[in-house]
Design a protein around this ligand. Structure first.
Ligand SMILES: Nc1ncnc2c1ncn2[C@@H]1O[C@H](COP(=O)(O)OP(=O)(O)OP(=O)(O)O)[C@@H](O)[C@H]1O
Length: 239
């Protein structure tokens, strides 16, 4: 379970809190959409959950590992538990798809005997095993997003956070990517996805946290979303 208690964050270069006093629980295995307008704090929220940013105030726990300003050293445990695909992606452009994923395991000194199988299994999971030996530079934007997801989950975290994964994608690849994230979720992974695309949320409803000016202004359960959508669309959704 992920638990946030009175989490607030202020960037040093920025005047004022951009995430304000957020408290909420996310159960293991949940799918959560994080929505809200530009600069409402979504990316900052994801960076805090994934241990890439230390919140200025409050307490965060992921699978009972507590992280706070005073317990900075626990942040590495968080990174192990949470895979993240945030905006700044750095790929090895002159390497293969396989090498781009294997690199992540090499950095954490994953056992060499298991590494190849782990990378190929992960590429199969994201639908790119057949591309393992292709040059990364020849991959499409959708394929690069899948590779980014593979890199985030190859070390088998229990949580995946993704920031606007369908940004700049056409409708079909966007829906395919959304299906992939829901497939990972059905296998037990908690998925937290920031998106501003209502169409995607309506297509595959799940819990929705809505942010505005750093606050979570709405927290709607999946059932609540299904109820609202069935009312809006005049039909019933089946989960
Ligand atoms: N590294 C940083 N230093 C200073 N201010 C920052 C930094 N990153 C974000 N901010 C500011 O924090 C606020 C929230 O930004 P954040 O990126 O978390 O929002 P967002 O909802 O993800 O926005 P978007 O949808 O545009 O990506 C914005 O006002 C932004 O300018």
């Amino acid at each position: 379970m992920i638990r946030l208690k009175n989490i607030s964050h202020m960037y040093e270069e920025f005047d004022g809190y951009v995430v304000k006093d957020i408290s909420c629980d996310i159960e293991q295995g949940e799918f959560v959409y994080l929505t809200g307008p530009a600069r409402s704090g979504k990316t900052t929220f994801l960076k805090i959950i994934s241990g890439q940013l230390q919140a200025s105030k409050g307490l965060l726990s992921v699978q009972s590992h507590y992280v706070s300003k005073k317990k900075k050293r626990k942040a590495y445990l968080l990174k192990r538990q949470v895979g993240a695909v945030l905006e700044d992606l750095e790929f090895l452009m002159d390497k293969t798809v396989y090498e781009n994923v294997a690199y992540v395991l090499e950095v954490i000194e994953y056992p060499a005997s298991d590494l190849e199988a782990r990378v190929l299994d992960t590429l199969a999971l994201v639908g790119l095993k057949y591309k393992a030996l292709d040059a990364f530079a020849n991959c499409s934007l959708e394929e690069r997003r899948r590779i980014a997801i593979a890199r985030a989950i190859v070390h088998e975290p229990s949580v995946l956070v993704v920031d606007e994964p369908t940004r700049d994608l056409d409708r079909k690849p966007a829906i395919d990517l959304l299906n992939l994230l829901h497939k990972l979720n059905k296998q037990g992974m908690t998925v937290i996805m920031a998106t501003r695309k209502e169409e995607l949320i309506e297509r595959m409803p799940a819990r929705m946290l809505e942010m505005k000016k750093g606050n979570v202004i709405r927290d709607r359960s999946k059932n609540h979303m299904l109820f609202i959508l069935s009312d809006k669309m005049g039909e019933y959704y089946i989960s």
